[in-house]
Design a binder for this molecule. Sequence first.
Ligand code: SF4
Ligand code: SF4
Length: 422
Amino acid sequence: MKVILPSNKKLTKNLKTISFTNPKNVYIPLVVYNDRDVTPLVKKGDYVTKNMVIGKTKGNFRMPIFASVSGEVLGFEEKLYADGTHIKCVVIENDFKDALSEEDIVLKKLNEYSKEEFIDRLKESGIVGMGGSGFPSYIKYNCNDKIKTIIVNAVECEPYITADYTLLMEEAESILETVDALIEINQAENAIIAIKKGEEKLKEVINSFIGTYLNIKLVEVPNFYPMGWEKNLVKFITKKKYKKLPLEIGVVVSNVSTIYSMYEALKYGKPCVERLITFTGEGLNTPGNVYVRNGTLVKEVIEFIGGYTESDKNLIAGGPMMGHTVDEDLIISMDLNCVLVKDNEKNPKINPCLRCGKCEDVCPAKLSPVMIKDNVKNITFVRTLQPEKCIECGLCSFICPAKIPVREFVKEAKHSVCEVKK
Ligand code: SF4
Ligand code: SF4
C-alpha cells in the first residue's frame, strides 16, 4: 500500500537560507555513526583551532572528530543527541576568531583526485551520510566491486524537511561538478540525480546546469513515502533488487547534502563541521533553513531565528515520521537534517488494537508490526519476526487508527534482538 503524506513543506520552501555560525559554546559529540568508542585528543584548558582534530574513533571506522570553532576547551559534558540518547561531548568556548591551524592539504581539481586520494580525503574530512544515517561515506566508495551508477538522493520524502531541496536549488552547479568528478574518480558509467515528481522549479535549476554533463541524468520519482528509502529508490531507478547493499548491483547512493560536503572537502579541504538544517513547524515564529555548526545548541539557533510561538512545545529531532522526541538540550550533529517544533498534543488517547492489519499493509520492510508489538518481551519468538529489518519509517504508527505508537514497540524489539546478537 502506497502512502502519500501531507507535505507541510511550504513553511520553509523557497525561503533564503540563514546562517547561525557564531554559537557561544559548542558541544562536539564524541561519536561517528554508532561508534562511541572515541579517544579524546584534548583536555580541559587546551586551546583548539577551528577544524582541528579533537578526537578519533577507536573502532572499525577510525574517523576523526573536529572542532567547529576556535577557543578554549572547557571540559566534557553529556548532551542530547539526534537519536534521543545522551552523549559525551567536548565543550569549546567560542573565541569568535575562527583561528585555523597551518595545514598541509594538497588541493586538486575535483576530477584529478585518484581513487585512493578521494577515499583518504572523505575519511580525513569526516564525511558521513547527512540524510540521517551518519554512516561514514568513505566505506561506501572504498570497494573492490565495480561502481556502475551513483545515485544522488535528493528525494527528501519526509514531510516538513526542505534542507536538501534548498541546498540543491542554491548549489546545483557545485553539486553537479562534484557528481561528474565522482563518476570519473570511481570510473562509474553514469550518475542519476533523483528528485520528487512535481518539483518544477528545482527541475528547471538542475536542467540549467546539467547540459554539459552527458553522464548525469535527472530522474523524477513518484511522490509517496518512503520513496527516499535506498531500497525503494534503487529499485525504481534500476528496476533491480538487492539483498543487503546496493553495491551488489553496482550502485552507490549518496544524499545530496553529503555530496555537497564532499565538494567542500575536495575543493577547499574543509572537514564536515557545518551543514544546512530545516528548522520548522507551527511552534516556531520564523521557520527556515539554517547553516549551523556541529555541536551548536539547538536552543541558541531557535532563539536566533525568532523563538517559539508559545511555551508549550514538542521538539522533534528529524522529521515527523522518523524523528525522535527531544528537549532543548539537543545539539546539532552532522546526521541531523531537521528540527521540528510542533504544538504539544496533550496525551493523545490510545485505544486497544483493532486487529485491522493496516500497520502490516503499509510496512515497507514487509514486517508484521502488530505481531512484533504483541510479542516485544518474548525475545525468542520476536526474533523470528525480524524486527532488525525495521527502517523506523514510522508508517505503522501513522496509519494506526487506535493511535498506538507501534514503531516504538518495533524499535524496542529491534534493539533487544540486536543486543542479543552482539
Ligand atoms: S517503522 Fe518499521 S515496522 Fe513500522 S512500518 Fe516502518 S519499517 Fe515497518
Ligand atoms: S494498525 Fe494499529 S490497530 Fe491496526 S492492527 Fe496495527 S496496531 Fe492494531
